[in-house]
Design a protein. Structure first.
Length: 108
């Protein structure tokens, strides 16, 4: 995995999202999810291109039920953008890079 992408879990989620100096886009995913695998390279590109402006993090829903339930993640991939520790944008499903950037542009 790209070193620009952080892996979060139930124990590290709150601290990371609340203390981040830039918005954090959390990718709620699972190993068995085809669309999650399709969007992974797109997120790696965005993580590299937006370094310093946006942090990308991944959270495996099968291993981290607490955070998954807290944010009512029912479908994956779900991408939630957190700014100042609060969820600001929720995107569901695999989307092309241009569409993702456009939907996140207010926070970049």
């Amino acid at each position: 995995m790209n070193k620009a992408i952080v892996t979060l879990d139930d124990a590290t989620f709150d601290e990371h999202v609340k203390t981040a100096e830039v918005p954090v886009l959390v990718d709620f995913w699972a190993e068995w999810c085809g669309p999650c695998k399709m969007i992974a390279p797109v997120l790696e590109e965005i993580a590299s291109e937006q370094a310093g402006k946006l942090q990308i993090a991944k959270l495996n829903i099968d291993e981290n039920l607490d955070v998954t339930r807290r944010f009512d993640v029912m479908s994956i991939p779900t991408l939630i953008l957190f700014k100042d520790g609060e969820p600001r944008v929720r995107l569901i499903g695999a989307k092309p890079k241009g569409q993702l950037i456009q939907e996140l542009s207010n926070y970049l």
